[in-house]
Ligand binder design. Sequence first.
Ligand code: GRF
Length: 188
Amino acid sequence: MKKVAVFGSGNGSNFQAIIDYFKDKDVEFIAVSDKKDSFFLQRAKNNNIKNYYVPFKETVEFLEKNVFDLIVLAGYMRVLPHNAIEGRKIINIHPSLLPEFKGLNAIEKAYNSKNKITGVTVHYVNEDVDSGVIISQASVKIEENMSLIELESEIHKIEHILYPHVIDHLLFNRKLCTLKLFSKGEQY
Ligand code: GRF
C-alpha cells in the first residue's frame, strides 16, 4: 500500500480529482492543510480521508514523524523550507507552461500575454517557487474570444486529468504522455 500525503490550502479540486482517480487503487491518502477551515480539509472529511491541520511552522516536525512514498502539493500556498524538502519526493502542479509565468495569477498572466498556448506543469519541488525539475506538461490553446473564466476552466479541467496520471506514473510506473496538445473537449 502506497502512502501519499496531499497538502492544500484552498478549494481542493485537484485533491478531489486525485482521490476520485485512485478510489479503487492501493493507495492510502492523507490530507494536510495549513488552513483549518479550508474546503480542502472539508473534502477530506467528506471522503473519510485522514486529515490534519498542520500550522506551517509545524510542517517539518510533522514530516519527520510521518513517512510517505510521495508528497503532493495541490494548491498549497506555502514555500517549503530546505529541511522539509531534503530527502523527500515532493511534487507540485502549476497552471502554466513553466518556466513561463511562475508564481501567483499564472492563468491571468498567460491570458494577458501574446501567447496562443498556455498549459499546466507538474514538477518536483525545490526551494524556489515553481522551479523544480519538470515531470510533465499539458498545453491548452488560448482561443480567440475566450474569456479568462473559460481559460481558467479549461486549465483546471486539464489539471484534474494530468495530476492523477503523473501520480500514477510516479507510484506505479504508469506510462506518461508528455505535452499533448488539448483543444476544447479533447480527452487525455
Ligand atoms: C491550481 O490551479 C494549481 O495549479 C495551483 O493552485 C490551484 C489549486 O486549486 N497550484 P485547487 O485547490 O486544487 O482547486
